[in-house]
Write a protein that binds this ligand. Structure first.
Ligand SMILES: O=P(O)(O)O[C@@H]1C[C@H](O)[C@@H](CO)O1
Length: 314
């Protein structure tokens, strides 16, 4: 809302226009229907939303008292079409905290517009989450990174947004958030600092970095020239997701923490013949699953403890 309390979005008023929009993007009412389909079947409100990246679906395996919804059963949900993405929403408890986890996400390269890729974030908001933990598999561009390292995302470059390709494009619904949301504090600084401590506690301390992530449309991996350009722009890890989910989360005032599993080293030299491949990405995810599960459990527990502390103070 603008300072005078009036919406910054011109009102279209008539219902037919909103229904018409449904064919082009999810209206608030449409996502409320999706959230209600789920909340009618889940006897608790999730506090933390989790998005599992490629090969990181095992993060969901630790969820207890699970209730699973294959994406094809959920009204208005797209379908996961990529290997390494199970394609279900898992409700349950992680570190005794009520969570909802996307075991598999949606990507622009699957043919989904960014607003469709990010729609589960709005559904999770409507279900009650206050925090989002987004994970992804990414190529390591920073020379200090090794395969299997973790990069805590401190910021992102919304490269696709430079061309105007943004999940918030089109009419804004103030019930989700403002027309012009700020992004300079997209990644929660307190969670970043705490996550570094947790990483050390679960044995990841020596392989954890903090860096800048960018998302390309994919599905091809990058050229040498593209990676060299991204390096000059200050990018530390390159992926094909997360940014649009984070923008959508911040638009709805969800506190965000994100990390990348470095699954391959970006090839920035013409004489090198290595080539990134998806199988390798999946394999690295499997290699790290135990430590990453403990890491995410620790972050979830911290979020819940912090929230209890805050609620006591209020
Ligand atoms: O879903 P994420 O971003 O974790 O997966 C990355 C990007 C591509 O989907 C895939 C390529 O191997 O890994």
């Amino acid at each position: 809302m603008s300072s005078d309390g009036k919406s910054s979005q011109k009102s279209f008023g008539n219902k037919p226009f909103i229904l018409f929009l449904c064919f082009f993007r999810y209206t608030y009412e449409c996502l409320v229907d999706t959230a209600k389909y789920l909340s009618d079947k889940v006897p608790f409100k999730p506090k933390v939303g989790i998005i599992c990246g490629s090969g990181l679906g095992s993060l969901a395996d630790a969820i207890e008292n699970r209730i699973e919804f294959p994406y094809e059963k959920i009204p208005n949900f797209p379908l996961s079409t990529v290997e390494g993405h199970v394609g279900q929403l898992v409700f349950g408890y992680l570190s005794n905290v009520p969570v909802v986890c996307m075991q598999g996400r949606f990507h622009y390269y699957e043919g989904y517009p960014l607003w469709k890729c990010a729609m589960p974030v709005r559904v999770m908001k409507l279900l009650g989450i206050t925090h989002l933990i987004a994970s992804n598999a990414a190529g390591g561009l920073n020379k200090d990174y090794k395969v299997g390292d973790i990069m805590i995302v401190k910021d992102h470059i919304n490269l696709m947004g430079f061309a105007g390709n943004n999940p918030l494009q089109g009419p804004n619904d103030d019930r989700f958030g403002p027309r012009f949301p700020p992004m300079n504090r997209a990644y929660d600084k307190e969670l970043i600092e705490k996550a570094k401590v947790i990483a050390k506690e679960v044995g990841l301390g020596d392989i954890v970095h903090e860096g800048v992530y960018t998302c390309l449309g994919g599905p091809n991996f990058e050229t040498v020239a593209e990676l060299r350009m991204l390096g000059m722009l200050g990018v530390d890890a390159v992926g094909m997701s997360t940014v649009h989910e984070v923008i959508t989360a911040r638009h709805s005032n969800i506190t965000v923490f994100a990390f990348s599993l470095i699954t391959n080293l970006c090839v920035t030299e013409y004489h090198k013949n290595d080539e990134a491949n998806h199988d390798e990405v999946i394999d690295v995810g499997k290699m790290r699953q135990k430590e990453l599960t403990k890491f995410v459990q620790g972050v979830v527990k911290y979020v819940a403890d912090e929230n209890k502390l805050v609620s006591k103070m209020l």
